[in-house]
Design a protein around this ligand. Structure first.
Ligand code: PBG
Length: 331
């Protein structure tokens, strides 16, 4: 390379056309997965106070959201249920009820918008009187009993027509057990996107409000979710879940863990996703609402950062808004 003034890197930043010409990557609507919250009732749209702009929708209004997603070119919608407290038990039976909210929403979306991919979440917390992702006895989260329940849940979701199952529970041996059960039930085409590197994070706070799990949860999730200081352990979990039959892997939360995304993508070269979680969403929205940052620009920059780090896609509550901006030619 010549020394300055022979090289002037700013030459390539001089105008929009040059910047576009040399841009290394693109954010595409194909990269966005939209998480949505479903609740009981008819014609209900209910604000989630800690996630401004995000609503819980009854099944009929979820179908409308799915139609909107398809119009925007979004490929995949991810369903999270807000379950009535009366349906929460210690054994979590509602989790594998074929008629539970998540399964009803899946069937309704499949019928109305057949080309939209439906992703579902596998963990017991929305159905658990104890608020944990696994079954609790005497204050202990039981691994193997939880996996049995999670497997039932996985098969019920696949029966309902889910395309992608997202086990977010972090129990040991769940991916292999689910894969075997899915094969046995004739669901050999059902994809698994494993929440493999899921950290014990304070950034899930608003989500727990959104699914109504905040009140029930006693203690924390540190006996199953990862320690924020551990990166090698995340790699081990990814390797394990791939060996057990995961098709895609996820890192969660997103922005504070982009280094993990980079490590995972570089080492495993498999479809890698990140979840820009509720707390990340709430931070950007809150700062924007106060006039402290430009919300649209911060949102798009955050999504571009996921691409640059190596994500094949990102789960984000911003999906419809970002898709709209991309369609209008955002740079
Ligand atoms: C449930 C689950 C959580 C999230 C997705 N699935 C919360 C948790 O583990 O406590 C968090 C999503 C978000 O914060 O947006 N296991």
């Amino acid at each position: 390379m010549r020394e300055f003034p022979g090289t002037r890197p700013r030459r390539l930043r001089r105008n929009a056309a040059l910047r576009a010409l040399v841009r290394e990557d693109r954010l595409s609507v194909d990269d966005l997965i939209w998480p949505v919250f479903v609740r009981d009732g008819e014609n209900v749209l209910e604000e989630v106070p800690s996630m401004p702009g995000v609503v819980r929708r009854s099944v009929d209004r979820i179908v409308e959201a799915a139609e909107q997603a398809a119009e925007l070119g979004i490929r995949c919608i991810c369903i999270f249920p807000y379950t009535d407290n009366a349906l929460k038990t210690d054994a979590c039976e509602e989790a594998w009820n074929p008629e539970n909210l998540s399964n009803r929403a899946t069937r309704a979306i499949r019928a109305a918008v057949p080309d939209l991919l439906v992703m579902t979440d596998i963990a017991l917390d929305p159905y658990n009187a104890q608020g944990h992702d696994g079954i609790v006895r005497d204050g202990i989260i039981l691994n193997d009993e939880s996996v049995e329940a999670l497997v039932r849940m996985a098969v019920a979701q696949a029966d309902a027509g889910a395309d992608i199952l997202g086990p977010s529970d972090m129990m040991d041996n769940r991916i292999g057990a689910m894969r075997d059960a899915l094969e046995a039930a004739g669901h050999s085409d059902t994809c698994i996107m494993s929440y493999s590197a899921k950290y014990a994070s304070a950034f899930y706070g608003p989500f727990r409000d959104a699914v109504g799990a905040s009140g029930a949860l006693k203690g924390d999730k540190k006996t199953y979710q990862l320690d924020p200081l551990n990166a090698e352990e995340a790699e081990r979990m990814i390797a394990r879940d791939l060996a057990e039959g995961a098709d895609m892997v996820m890192v969660k939360p997103g922005m504070p863990y982009l280094d993990i995304v980079r490590r995972v993508k570089a080492r495993f070269r498999v479809p890698t996703f990140a979840y820009q979680v509720s707390g990340e969403y709430a931070m950007i929205r809150a700062a924007a609402a106060n006039g402290w940052i430009d919300g649209e620009k911060a949102m798009m920059e955050s999504l571009m950062a996921f691409r640059r780090a190596g994500c094949d896609g990102v789960l984000t509550y911003f999906a419809p808004e970002a898709a709209g901006l991309i369609a209008r030619g955002w740079e």
